[in-house]
Design a protein around this ligand. Structure first.
Ligand code: SF4
Length: 97
């Protein structure tokens, strides 16, 4: 059975993968806080503060890393922070040698 869930993150995602999002602390937050048109340090800090108190932070972070989510704050991480964790410092150097 393929279920779909719409939420603050917009679009449609398979419920089996993101059912935990129903329990997310961001559920009632302004989506612009997590998916701003113009990210800023203040917006990121405010979104991360919501994530810090979220009971599904680990599930959210693991999903975003596994799915390669390229936009928004997920699991308390910015897109840049997620990219860094997928490609640790020095990975280019080891590929070139
Ligand atoms: S960790 Fe953050 S982005 Fe993920 S569900 Fe919780 S509040 Fe939302």
């Amino acid at each position: 059975m393929w279920s779909i869930m719409s939420g603050p993150y917009g679009g449609s995602m398979p419920l089996e993968e993101i059912g935990w999002l129903r329990r997310g602390a961001c559920r009632s937050s302004d989506p612009d806080l997590f998916f701003p048109l113009a990210p800023s340090p203040l917006q990121e800090a405010r979104a991360k503060a919501v994530c810090a108190g979220c009971q599904v932070l680990e599930e959210c972070r693991a999903y975003a890393l596994r799915a390669g989510e390229s936009d928004g704050i997920w699991g308390g991480l910015t897109p840049q922070e997620r990219r860094r964790s997928r490609f640790p410092a020095g990975w280019r150097d080891s590929a070139a040698s």
